[in-house]
Design a protein around this ligand. Structure first.
Ligand code: DAH
Length: 340
């Protein structure tokens, strides 16, 4: 019996498994009811007392070794599996994958793209890391102009000034530099400002910029385009109003309000009881900007606008805290599974 146990000890020491099936076979061979260990313990019972001591020790040694081998191999296989070294065991039940849904900001961005695509606007994108020229100088911000202070900028380096873009207006410049009019495009993207995070402000947010440059583009074209957009986005009863404003890159400049879509213009706490909510900035592209981008302002005119996607989404879905967009809380995100 002792030599038999020695053989088994050899076998167990030499054993290694490359898949869980082999491990299970090994377990059955040694540890099942009719397995080797039980059989040996049966034989052990009837040994003469003089042989029991030594054989018993060997038998226990075998038992411990089998268990150690089993545990060790299982751990090794699991680890290899985790590291993607082996194909997963295809006989195991699949882990459940919950169907995902679009993020509300993506839903609204896609809706904005759909509306403007219907008017013949194409989509372009630019880099999130910009230099001073594209974010400020080409857009008619003079070096020490106070307008630069309106935007708290994250600078990556000073001299040369490399920064995280504070608005998507930078993409206007990139597109105009490369392409002569007619230009009709929108530029969605992420922007960055050094703001304290609160329910109403975040240091990362999203904008969509619009640009239309051609011969004879007028403020009336801008107004009508924005009215169409507002009604597509917020419903056919929506009215708009333009208030004079200032941006260095547009002249004249305006801010666009829509009639409050929450209360229908009657007054509520979203519109601060005015009946109107601001949704974007816009204006006629300043001739200096056209010139900076090698477009002749004597021949061409154009309009531009820029809106925050977070704000449009807030008004559309009544989201009261901007931080919800970035927290990845499934209880929030799941509410948009029905949105396309
Ligand atoms: N860039 C402006 C901002 O971030 C938004 C804006 C205003 C864009 C007027 C425009 C515009 O194109 O014409 O606040």
């Amino acid at each position: 019996m002792k030599s038999k146990i020695h053989d088994y000890l050899e076998e167990v020491r030499a054993f290694s498994a490359t898949e869980t099936g082999q491990l299970e076979q090994f377990r059955l061979r040694f540890l099942s009811k009719k397995g080797i260990l039980n059989e040996l313990f049966e034989d052990f019972k009837v040994l003469p007392p003089s042989e029991k001591r030594e054989t018993g020790m060997l038998l226990n040694q075998l038992k411990t070794l089998v268990q150690e081998k089993l545990d060790g191999s299982r751990e090794k296989l699991e680890q290899q599996w985790m590291e993607g070294m082996l194909l997963p065991d295809l006989t195991l039940p699949a882990t459940f994958m919950e169907p995902g849904s679009r993020h509300p900001l993506s839903v609204v961005r896609n809706e904005i793209i759909r509306i403007f695509a219907g008017l013949g606007f194409s989509v372009a994108e630019g880099p999130e890391i910009e230099d001073d020229w594209y974010n400020f100088s080409a857009l008619n911000f003079p070096p020490d102009h106070p307008a630069r202070d309106m935007q708290d900028t994250f600078f990556i380096s000073k001299d040369p000034d490399i920064l995280l873009r504070t608005h998507t207006s930078s993409v206007q410049v990139r597109v105009m530099e490369k392409q002569q009019p007619p230009i009709r495009a929108i530029f969605p993207g992420r922007v960055f400002r050094n703001e304290a995070i609160s329910a109403r402000a975040h240091c990362i947010f999203h904008q969509v910029e619009g640009l239309y440059i051609d011969r004879h583009v007028s403020f009336a074209d801008l107004r009508q385009t924005l009215l169409f957009f507002a009604r597509e986005m917020f419903g056919p009863e929506t009215s708009i109003r333009l208030r004079p404003s200032y941006f260095p890159f547009t002249e004249p400049s305006a801010e666009l309000d829509i009639s409050c879509n929450i209360c229908g213009g009657k007054g509520c706490n979203i519109c601060k009881h005015t009946g109107w909510v601001e949704i974007l900035g816009c204006g006629m592209v300043d001739p200096n900007v056209l010139q900076n981008c090698h477009i002749d302002p004597e021949i061409y005119t154009g309009y531009a606008f820029g809106m925050g996607i977070e704000r449009i989404t807030l008004l559309k879905y009544l989201i009261r805290d901007i931080r919800l967009y970035f927290e990845n809380d499934l209880r929030f995100l799941r509410q948009f599974t029905a949105a396309f």
